[in-house]
Structure formats: structure tokens, C-alpha cells
Write a protein that binds this ligand. Structure first.
Ligand code: ADP
Ligand code: MG
Ligand code: MG
Length: 889
């Protein structure tokens, strides 16, 4: 019905059919509107005659006659398209009035004041909408009369003043339009219908459709409806109401109304409207009836409604109903409540929920009023990219060590960097938020922040960060923010403010409705939902959010921590196997304790059993753990120049040589992943030992059975995996033999190179599981280096490139393939590898651990492909649970 009658027409028709009190009327279809435009702005043949026939029926239903001087029918002429475009198109009220019918209205109602109020409103609206007159002159005149008669609102204007106003308004209209004001009611109707058709193509409406991606060829319907009057005294009124509270979802009528008012008065802010709850006292019967209607409408539409109503002399009329817009919080509560009320099924609640909204629910947000105040007070500094959602406030800190120091002491800090690198992670971990001056939505800062669930504003070019001086300047102003100064960042909008804006903290455990919704999702979904977590703290959060395992625990982060890094460097720079082993022996207890923490945390809170944990062996190239080559070179040169400290020079030179020897032209494709394990087996052997010793210790201590899954990264050829696995399997046997007890362990690999996907059948013969590393797989399949692509050209590929000779920009890619899986390319590799892997090894377990694991559209694809689980950052676990259920419906 909505296609043909528009949303408003369909709503009014359905309410009428359901027996609700709706003023009689008829709808001219959107088809008629389109035909009108096609015919060069002419009513299509027969339309006007049909409208007149329908008008006759409305006359019968109301017992009034259009244009009659004793008992006139008045109508509203209302626009209404398929998609609601609030306030974009036009409506004329009180149509059918002229100097004669207004007398009839006086006779009908016995209320001269009311009749002339209706008349002057009609002239005012008709002039503005149909005659295209400037509304300001009418308003000025109205104000003039109010002043002259001492009326504080237009409801107080006496009949005599209104009569004079009518005459004045007509003059204004005639002067402005250059033609007499139409007195023929049929001409009024015809022209109002044309005006509503025309409002489909006014600039406001076109802009709105462009912005909201609504097609331009739908057309608007026109609703001609008999008038009811909210301006007939204090037992009359008009209002808008939601069947539930649109910001909290609470089941209560929510809205506003004005007594003795008509139509737009509520929205126009002429008088301050009252809260709908007051109607209970002012017009109790009407309130009760409205509540009953709200219930019936919800039962009919099985959704929360947004209603417009008018009360005429104590009688309630419904003028509009549509599905109500609501906040993320309200959306969840309404869906869950409606299931419990028996209005909708659990499946329907899942279908209706928006995974992205759920994500927002779990993040701290700024108090909106406080933020508006900050803007007013001039505390807005700059805007960057909204790289990771949520809000954060704290002291600005300019290096990671300082952030760690303060953060661990419980001081809220926001880490401000030109850009971040793995060296900053320890500081990011304890920060409330991250602000960078450079880097895009997938820069290191953005990716890590999203993984940690931290708000991040990246690429904020409106600030200059001076690391050494520990300050940033706001470009184009003399504002300076120094270490310790408070700032606030909004990761939803990219805004940066001086000072603290208070935030509102969410608490997952208290989100009982969300928990319920997700428990239904768990029942429906086929995909497992695991999390990527490197630290017990993240693992804990993952479990709280409902993760059923860890799909990726990166071990190299553990190497980066302050007290360990020197040992790691010693290990890397070792000249003899003995030296290397000695360093590794020192690292082993650290790694072991990390894993103990994770195994202990990953326990199913209901059954007490251990969840699976996939631990990835060292992956990045070793030079990432060493000082930067350029910086070292500078240092050596300086030491050489001063000649002061020959010992230090010698040491630095040796280090420089070592770093130089390890430099690679293209580290992403260099000595990393399983290649490291093949060249330096001691490292992965140590890691395997640490993992298994940790598992054994937890097993012994708790009596539980950790599920250990050791993952060997960046395999391209089956022989790589075969050899690494052979070595590690031997270690595993050794460790478990030493302990005299066994724990369950598996070996698997990441599928993150095209060759691995193409030869997945071979690889599957030596792997117990595959985990698709879709980040690297996307990089290597497209041949994009992500760090370079996103800043340089990828965004343009998505947004569109200037195309010489073409009027519009040309889009190369529909979406960023690092956010949403490229189904046609990368996705095909995933599908093929999954099929080949399963065929060669039916027991094989298949998961995905790239960032795509938290993206709803990608999750749908992984469901289709038939993977066993997706693994994503802990904060996206609820999103993934819901998205996986939606995929299964
Ligand atoms: P919009 O799409 O901008 O909300 P509407 O067509 O819903 O425009 O009209 C706006 C308001 O005008 C309605 O909320 C109602 O208060 C008033 N109105 C419209 N038609 C009638 C009618 N037949 N009787 C009384 N008031 C009406
Ligand atoms: Mg409306
Ligand atoms: Mg990788």
C-alpha cells in the first residue's frame, strides 16, 4: 500500500479499516503524481473526476457539503510519500473557506472566533504553499494584532481582530501573488493538489532524498481529508505521541500536545507544548482512549508507532501513524519487550536489530548537553577522522611511557601522537583514548584502538603535535595543549575538545535486554563467535561479551613489553646458538605466565569448561623489535662527530650493523611468519614449550582441560607447515612426557596467502585447523600494501575518482575491502580453501580471524561459506553474535 498511497495514506487507510477514529478522506496515488509529471504537469485524464466522486462520498460520510454556505465541508490537503520525509513537503489545512462558507462555519459551530481563526490560518497557509508568498509578512501582521489587542498568544485574539486579519491577509496575498485570492473552493482544491505534487520536487525534498538515498521517481500521494479542529477551545487540542519512549524504549506514551491549537502549532513552537502525561489530568478520557489506540496500533503493526492526533471538543481523531524512529538503546528494549509481550517472535526481534547500533551501545558516550555546552564555550579544537567509536576524556600525554606511568596510577589519559607504532601499544593499553595528527581510518592507531575498544580520532590535521615539547598546537589559532591539560575526544564524530566532557559509561552486565536479545541470537546462529585477544584483560572482556574461544592470540605483543624487549633484542642479536638460547630461556617464564593468564580466563562461565585458545607463533619480522635504522644511523654519526664516548660508539655501530643486515625492502613479504620458525627454530620451540607448560600447569592447578591450538602463520607451501609442525610436535611430546600428564593440543595454520588458499587441500593434510587471516589475504590478493593503500588511493577508489571526460566520479571499489570482505576475489579464495580443506581433511576446523570477523556483511558471507566460527575484537563480539544470527535466518 505504501508504494501507491504513500506512508501517510497507507497509515490513515489502515487505521480507518481497523475502526479507529479517523476523519473521512481519500488519497490520490503516487502513480497519479508521476502521471502528472509525465504529462507536463497536467492532471492525468479522469483524475479530477475521480477526486470529485471521492469528495462526494466524504460529504456523505461527514454530512457536510464542500463549498456549502450553511454546512461547509473543510479539508486538509496533505502530502505523503512512500518514505517519510518529515517536514520536506507541504500540507494545506482548512481548505474550502471563503467569505460565504466562513459564515456557514459560524453557523455550524456557533463560534465566530474559531471560524475566523480557521479562515486566517487557511489564507496564511494557502498563500505560503500554493501562491508561494513570503510567510513573514503574515506573521508580522499577526504579531501586530496581538500587540494591539494585548493578546499574549494567537489563541487569545478576539473574533473582531481575526475578522480584520482575514481582510488584511487577503490583501497581502493578492499583493504578493498579483492575483485575487481564489474564492472558488474547487479552484482552491485543484491548486492545493498541484502544489502538493509540486512539493515533491522542491529543493528541500530533493536534497533530503539525495542525502537519504531515496529514489526521485517515487512521487508523492495527496491525501484529501475532512478537517477536525483542535482549536475549538480548551477541550480541543493537537499533539504527537510515540507509543513508547523513543530514547529509552520504556513502554509509556511519550510526546507533546497543545490545547486549543491546530496542526503545526506544536512543532512551530508558538506556545510551549505540554508533556503527554499531563493529558491524563486535562482530558483523562482522551488520554485513556489514546493509550488504547496506541496498544491497538502496536498490535496491528507489531512495531512502535509515532502518531499525530487532534481532539475536537473532547473527541479524539487519529491523523497519522508510522513506525517511530528510536535510539540504539530503545531499539533493543522495544524489540525484546515486544517478544515478551507476544507481539513479535525472537527471530523477528533479531531481524529488526541493527548490529552497528549494538556496538554503539557498549561504548562510553559524551553527555550530549555537556558537549553542546563545550561547543558554546568555544572549547572545540579540531576535527579528525572518527577512527574508533566511543568518547574519552583525560589528560593529554605525548609519549607511551608517560601514558603507562600515569594510566597505571589511575589517571585518565588521552595519548596524543603524530601517529602510533607498535612501540606505543603499552601506552595505548592504559589510555582512555587515542588522538593522532596523521594516519587514516586503518592506521596503526585506528586498528589497535578498535581492537582494544578504545575511542580514537586519527588523522586530525587541525592539530600539530610537538613530541619533544610535549604539546600540540591548534592550526590557525594560538591555542596550545600541553602535557597534563585535559582534553576530550569523540570517536563517533572525530571532534576534539579542550577540557573534560563527562561521559556516560555503559555496563554490559546491566544490559539485561541486550543480553536477552543476544541469547536468542546464540540459539539461532550457526557460526561460533570467538575473539581476538592478546592479554588476559581482553580475554576476560571477550568472555563477558559472550565469546566462546580465542581465535587469535598474538604472541609478539608480549615481546614488546618494556622489561622484555631488551631480552628479545639480545636473543635476536645473539652471535651464537648458546647466547640465543640463554635469552630464550629468560623469555620462557614470561611467555608461560602470559598463557597461564589466558587459559585461566578462557572458561565457559556456565559449564566451567575451558574454551579453545588459538595462539599464533611469532609473526612479524624481527627488526620490528630492534631500534629504528635511521635513528641509529643518526646516533652513530653524532657519536662519531663528537668522538667523546668510543665504547658507546662501538656498541652502537655493532647494533647498526646488525640492524642493517636485517633490513628488508619489503618486510611485509620478507622474513616473517613461519619463515622465522624455519630459520630460527629456537624461538618457536620456546613458544611451544611455554604454551604447553602453561596449559599443563593450569590443568594441574584447576583440574580443567585447556584446549590448546597452536597456529603457524604465513604458510604458503605445505612443506613449510610440515617441517615446522614436525619440530614442534616433537617439543610437545617432550613437554607432555616430562610432565607425565597430557593436555589436548592441535596444530593449525593461517590461510593468508593466495598460494595457501590455492593449495589448501595439500596444507589440510598437515593442519588440524585453518584460520583465515583475511587482513593479509586481502593485502596479498589485491597486491595492496594496506598501510600505503589506505592513505594514498584506496579511499579514492571507494569514494570515486575524477574521470576525465565523464560528468561524475568513477568508483573503482564499492567498499573498503579491508573492512568488508571482497566476496568476488578474496572471498572466492576463502570459499575454495574451505572446500578443499574439508575435502582433504573432514575433521578440519575452519575459522576467520581478520578484522572482517566483526563486520556484519562479511559475517553473512562466512556463514554462507560454512566456516565454524568468526573471531573478532572483544567489543565486536556482541555485534558478531547478532550478525551471525541474522545470517542464519
Ligand atoms: P507532515 O507530513 O508535515 O506531518 P501532515 O500532513 O501530517 O504534514 O499535517 C501536519 C499536521 O496538520 C498534522 O499533524 C495535523 O495536526 C494537521 N492536520 C492535517 N490534516 C488534518 C485534518 N484533516 N484535520 C485536522 N488537522 C489536520
Ligand atoms: Mg504529519
Ligand atoms: Mg597475517
Amino acid at each position: 500500500m505504501r508504494d501507491l498511497l504513500g506512508g501517510k495514506g497507507a497509515g490513515v487507510a489502515e487505521m480507518t479499516k481497523a475502526g479507529l477514529p479517523v476523519p473521512p478522506g481519500f488519497t490520490i496515488t503516487t502513480e497519479a503524481c508521476n502521471a502528472y509529471y509525465e504529462a507536463g504537469k497536467q492532471f492525468p485524464p479522469g483524475m479530477w473526476e475521480q477526486a470529485l466522486a471521492a469528495l462526494r462520498i466524504v460529504e456523505q460520510q461527514t454530512g457536510k457539503t464542500f463549498g456549502d454556505r450553511h454546512n461547509p465541508l473543510l479539508v486538509s490537503v496533505r502530502s505523503g510519500a512512500k518514505f517519510s520525509m518529515p517536514g520536506m513537503m507541504d500540507t494545506v489545512l482548512n481548505l474550502g473557506l471563503n467569505d460565504e462558507t466562513v459564515q456557514g462555519l459560524v453557523e455550524q459551530t456557533g463560534d465566530e472566533r474559531f471560524a475566523y481563526d480557521a479562515y486566517r490560518r487557511f489564507i496564511q497557509m494557502f498563500s505560503k504553499i500554493v501562491l508561494d508568498a513570503d510567510p513573514r509578512e503574515f506573521e508580522q501582521k499577526l504579531d501586530e494584532y496581538k500587540e494591539r489587542t494585548g493578546a499574549s498568544s494567537d489563541a487569545e485574539l478576539p473574533a473582531s481582530a481575526l475578522k480584520e486579519l482575514v481582510a488584511e491577509f487577503k490583501q497581502i496575498a493578492e499583493r504578493q501573488s498579483g492575483q485575487p485570492f481564489p474564492t472558488d473552493v474547487y479552484e482552491q482544491l485543484k491548486r492545493a493538489i498541484e502544489a502538493v505534487f509540486a512539493s515533491w520536487n522542491n529543493k528541500r525534498a530533493i536534497d533530503y532524498r539525495n542525502f537519504n538515498k531515496i529514489p526521485h521517481n517515487l512521487g508523492t500521494a495527496v491525501n484529501v481529508q475532512s478537517m477536525v479542529f483542535g482549536n475549538m477551545g480548551n477541550d480541543s487540542g493537537t499533539g504527537v505521541a510515540f507509543t513508547r519512549n523513543p530514547s529509552t524504549g520504556e513502554k509509556e506514551l511519550y510526546g507533546e500536545y497543545l490545547l486549543n491549537a491546530q496542526g503545526e502549532d506544536v512543532v512551530a513552537g508558538i506556545r510551549t507544548p505540554s508533556k503527554i502525561s499531563r493529558l491524563k489530568e486535562e482530558l483523562p478520557q482522551v488520554y485513556e482512549q489514546l493509550q488504547e489506540i496506541a496498544r491497538r496500533l502496536e498490535r496491528h503493526y507489531r512495531d512502535m508507532q509515532d502518531m499525530e492526533f487532534t481532539v475536537e471538543r473532547g473527541r479524539l481523531y487519529m491523523l497519522q501513524t508510522r513506525s517511530g524512529k528510536r535510539s540504539a538503546r530503545a531499539a533493543v528494549k522495544v524489540a525484546v519487550d515486544m517478544v515478551e509481550e507476544g507481539l513479535i517472535s525472537e527471530e523477528e526481534a533479531i531481524r529488526r536489530s541493527d548490529p552497528t547500533q549494538i556496538y554503539q551501545l557498549l561504548l562510553p558516550r559524551f553527555d550530549e548537553e555537556a558537549k553542546a555546552r563545550a561547543h558554546k564555550e568555544g572549547r572545540f579544537l579540531a576535527r579528525g577522522l572518527n577512527a574508533s567509536p566511543g568518547a574519552a576524556a583525560g589528560k593529554a600525554v605525548f609519549d607511551a611511557d608517560r601514558a603507562e606511568e600515569l594510566g597505571k596510577a589511575g589517571v585518565p589519559v588521552v595519548l596524543v601522537r603524530p601517529e602510533t607504532s607498535p612501540d606505543d601499544v603499552h601506552g595505548m593499553l592504559v589510555s582512555k583514548g587515542i588522538l593522532t595528527a596523521r594516519g587514516g581510518a586503518t592506521s596503526h592507531a585506528a586498528v589497535v584502538a578498535r581492537g582494544l575498544g578504545l575511542p580514537c580520532v586519527a588523522g586530525c590535521e587541525g592539530i600539530r603535535v610537538y613530541e619533544e615539547e610535549k604539546l600540540f598546537r591548534v592550526v590557525g589559532s594560538d591555542v596550545v595543549i600541553r602535557e597534563g591539560d585535559e582534553i576530550s575526544i569523540d570517536g563517533d564524530t572525530g571532534e576534539v575538545f579542550a577540557g573534560v566532557i563527562p561521559t556516560v559509561e555503559p555496563n554490559f552486565e546491566k544490559e539485561t535486554e541486550l543480553q536477552k536479545l543476544l541469547s536468542w541470537a546464540d540459539r539461532i546462529r550457526k557460526l561460533g563467535v570467538w575473539a581476538n585477544a592478546d592479554y588476559p584483560r581482553d580475554a576476560q572482556r571477550a568472555v563477558t561479551f559472550g565469546a566462546e574461544g580465542i581465535g587469535l592470540c598474538r604472541t609478539e605483543h608480549m615481546f614488546m613489553e618494556q622489561e622484555r624487549l631488551p631480552i628479545v633484542q639480545k636473543m635476536i642479536l645473539a652471535k651464537t646458538p648458546e647466547e640465543r638460547q640463554a635469552a630464550l630461556d629468560q623469555l620462557l617464564p614470561f611467555q608461560r605466565s602470559d598463557f597461564i593468564g589466558i587459559f585461566e580466563t578462557m572458561v565457559n562461565p556456565r559449564t566451567g569448561e575451558c574454551y579453545p585458545v588459538v595462539i599464533r607463533l611469532i609473526d612479524p619480522p624481527l627488526h620490528e623489535f630492534l631500534p629504528n635504522y635511521e635513528e641509529l644511523l643518526v646516533e652513530v654519526t653524532r657519536l662519531e662527530a663528537t668522538g667523546a664516548d668510543p665504547e658507546a660508539l662501538k656498541e652502537k655501530k655493532a647494533l647498526l650493523d646488525a640492524v642493517a643486515a636485517m633490513r628488508e625492502m619489503n618486510p611485509m613479504l620478507g622474513l616473517r611468519g613461519c619463515r622465522l620458525g624455519l630459520l630460527f627454530p629456537e624461538i618457536t620451540i620456546m613458544q611451544t614449550r611455554a604454551i604447553l607448560e602453561a596449559a599443563l600447569e593450569v590443568a594441574q592447578k584447576t583440574g580443567k582441560k585447556p584446549q590448546v591450538k597452536i597456529m603457524i602463520p604465513l604458510v604458503g607451501h605445505v612443506n613449510e607447515l610440515r617441517e615446522v609442525r614436525r619440530q614442534l610436535e616433537a617439543v610437545a611430546k617432550e613437554v607432555t612426557a616430562e610432565a607425565g600428564s597430557a593436555v589436548e593440543y592441535k596444530f593449525g595454520t593461517m590461510i593468508e596467502l593466495p598460494r595457501a588458499a590455492l593449495t589448501a587441500d595439500q596444507i589440510a593434510t598437515v593442519a588440524d585447523f585453518f584460520s583465515f587471516g583475511t587482513n593479509d589475504l586481502t593485502q596479498t590478493t589485491f597486491g595492496f600494501s594496506r598501510d600505503d593503500a589506505e592513505g594514498k588511493f584506496l579511499m579514492k577508489y571507494v569514494d570515486g575518482l575524477d574521470a576525465p571526460g565523464l560528468p561524475e566520479k568513477v568508483k573503482i571499489l564499492p567498499v573498503n575491502p579491508f573492512q568488508t570482505i571482497d566476496r568476488d576475489g578474496v572471498g572466492q579464495l576463502v570459499r575454495m580453501a574451505a572446500e578443499k580443506g574439508r575435502a582433504a581433511n573432514p575433521q578440519i576446523e575452519l575459522g576467520i580471524c581478520g578484522e572482517h570477523g566483526g563486520d556484519p556483511s562479511s559475517i553473512e558471507f562466512f556463514h554462507e561459506v560454512g566456516l565454524d566460527y568468526v573471531s573478532c575484537s572483544p567489543f565486536r563480539v556482541p555485534v558478531a553474535r547478532l550478525a551471525a544470527a541474522q545470517a542464519a535466518l
